[in-house]
Design a protein. Structure first.
Length: 275
């Protein structure tokens, strides 16, 4: 089947990508033979429209590093960043504002227009505490040097599968990560003005990670999300919303058969529009 393309206005709001750009097996099936490692980001960012940086989860980087990453990527490329674990693993999230500010105001401005969403990934052991989550969401900075900041919350405990959580996230305008992984709760509830999905079912025996029919389905879902639709067929903890304003959509292929994720992201992007 030849890829189905989306109209340019809709396609411009959809970004397919991967987690990171340094992974040895990709030198056999993604990067050209002989490409030096220092040019891998340059290459990857020209095949994809977004990359989620996992390294920032283990510690904030120096401003010069953020600037270097931005300089190596094309103008319309966007990074998502996983927030540091020293923040999201705090005993009380509501009291973590110093750590939040240290990360956000510690050099991210060097990324300029390349700075995309910040993913605050909760530990699987963190249960839903409405007051604590509300305090944390209240503390998230909304601007950086006059530019709006975009935050997304990835919850991994089943207690977040509640209407109360969905209401709270909507009140703060913070999207919730959707994942198709069976071991984490899946919430497709629209709680902000963009969509952030992390797909975790790539299979090693599939050249494109996901079967073609599944990629067709995800391309259609991406188009629906981008056009402002809620997807009733996906798991929800709250009520499905009526059609709304167009949204930007980020879909990352993460973990699982990681060696297949670049192929999956490129195959999905090909069904939507050019990089």
């Amino acid at each position: 089947m030849s890829p189905v393309r989306t109209d340019p206005a809709l396609a411009s709001r959809i970004r397919a990508g991967i987690g990171g750009w340094t992974f040895a097996p990709w030198r056999n099936n993604f990067y050209p033979a002989g490409l030096v490692q220092r040019r891998e980001l340059e290459y990857a960012s020209r095949q994809l429209r977004a990359i989620e940086i996992n390294g920032t989860f283990y510690g904030a980087q120096k401003p010069a590093t953020y600037a270097k990453w931005a300089a190596e990527t094309p103008e319309d490329f966007v990074f998502a960043l996983k927030a540091p674990r020293y923040v999201v693993e705090s005993k009380r999230l509501a009291g973590a504002s110093k750590g939040v500010d240290a990360f956000v105001f510690g050099g991210l401005e060097e990324m300029g227009e390349r700075l995309g969403p910040i993913n605050w990934q909760m530990a699987p052991s963190r249960a839903f505490d409405a007051d604590d989550i509300a305090g944390f969401l209240d503390a998230l900075p909304r601007e950086l040097n006059g530019r709006p900041l975009r935050h997304v919350l990835e919850v991994r405990h089943r207690s977040f599968l509640s209407e109360r959580y969905v209401e709270l996230a909507r009140d703060h305008g913070v999207p919730t990560v959707f994942t198709d992984a069976s071991k984490y709760p899946s919430l497709a509830d629209l709680t902000g003005d963009f969509v952030y999905a992390r797909l975790m079912r790539s299979a090693a025996d599939e050249p494109t990670g996901y079967p073609p029919a599944a990629l067709d389905t995800w391309a259609e879902r991406a188009r629906d999300w981008a056009s402002g639709k809620d997807l009733a067929e996906l798991p929800h903890a709250g009520a499905v919303l009526p059609d709304g304003a167009p949204r930007e959509v980020f879909i990352f292929f993460i973990s699982s058969a990681k060696e297949r994720n670049p192929a999956a992201a490129m195959a999905l992007q090909a069904r939507i529009g050019p990089v």
